[in-house]
Design a protein around this ligand. Structure first.
Ligand code: HSE
Length: 322
């Protein structure tokens, strides 16, 4: 059986989830794909941090060159988070003719065009399903099964932390600050939760969705963005009294030739499909000119849901080995 040699850049939540899936489901993957996934090296920057899983210590390195410049590695999986050094590591890997899989929405949204063109120039795959809505396979659906459609509108609950906060404020009447602390403790929130609560994380994901759906790249900083930090218990109560729910929605649409996009809190009728999406769950509601309306729902964060999307991309590259 052929082997795919894989290097992991990062061994935090997503790296740990990816390692666990490739290890626990190795036999299943081999049976399905006919190629064996082999983790060759793992970049772990902080050895003292508590880990989801313990990796074989012989695989660990603190030197990114052991992965980026390693002639034995064919697939580099970037799960570091943050724009740099992640973007440089991905570009260097591509230039060394390695396929790249990434979960890093901030780096991809910031450098989308450069990453896509570098992958093309070097004739390598660049896949990033896990970067938008965690375990929900929305990018793969848009670029495969839905590819014959003109996309008319995309609306998404793209950030688990803010959806969790709004849900708890609505259903349990809890104050914003208290629920934010709870979301941080549960591990949904970014290292700096400002990116979550001010809508920046959702804008990164919307930028990637728009680039794929409308073939139009808009930098996250150019997406009009309002977060939820100013939503009060009174706002939530007033919405409930009108049988509505406040949700942080990333949306983009092309209507009558006009391209509109934003991230902002929206008052949804309780009957809207996105109004029923609670806690840390994400959902993406897509309208295509031929398929009509579709909704994708699932876990938008967490080691195993996000790792599942990362592994889907790895397997899709491995399928070409045969
Ligand atoms: N902080 C992000 C969220 C993690 O809450 O959705 C997943 O991208």
């Amino acid at each position: 059986m052929k082997t795919a040699n894989i290097g992991l850049l990062g061994f935090g939540n997503v790296g740990g989830g990816t390692y666990k899936i490739l290890t626990d489901n190795k036999k299943l993957i081999e049976n399905r794909i006919g190629v064996s996934p082999k983790i060759v090296k793992i970049l772990q920057r902080n050895r003292n941090k508590k880990r989801l899983v313990d990796a074989n210590p012989n695989l660990l390195t603190e030197d990114p060159d052991d992965i980026i410049n390693n002639p034995d590695i064919d697939i580099v999986v970037e799960m570091l988070g943050g724009i740099e050094p992640a973007t440089s590591f991905m570009l260097q890997s591509m230039k060394h003719k390695k396929h790249v899989v990434s979960a890093n929405k901030a780096a991809i949204a910031a450098n989308y065009e450069l990453l896509m063109s570098t992958a093309k120039e070097n004739n390598v795959e660049f896949l990033f399903e896990a970067s938008v809505a965690g375990g929900i396979p929305v990018l793969t659906a848009m670029t495969n099964a839905l590819e014959a459609n003109n996309f008319v509108e995309i609306m998404g609950i793209l950030n688990g932390t803010t959806n969790y906060i709004l849900t708890k404020m609505t259903e349990e009447g809890l104050p914003y600050e208290e629920v934010l602390k709870d979301a941080q403790a549960k591990g949904f929130a970014e290292a700096d939760p400002t990116a979550d609560v001010e809508g920046i994380d959702a804008a990164n994901k919307l930028s990637i969705l728009m680039a794929l759906a409308f073939n139009k790249y808009v930098a996250p900083s150019d997406i009009p963005t309002t977060g939820i930090s100013k939503i009060t218990s009174e706002d939530i109560k007033a919405a409930s009294e009108q049988n509505k729910k406040i949700k942080l929605i990333g949306s983009a649409s092309v209507k009558n030739g006009k391209f509109d996009y934003s991230v902002k809190p929206v008052l949804l009728d309780a009957s809207h499909p996105l109004a029923g999406v609670s806690n840390e769950f994400n959902a993406v509601y897509i309208t295509g000119d031929m398929v009509g309306e579709l909704m994708f729902y699932g876990k938008g964060a967490g080691p195993l849901p996000t790792g599942s999307a990362v592994c889907g991309d790895i397997l899709s590259i491995m399928k070409k080995y045969k």
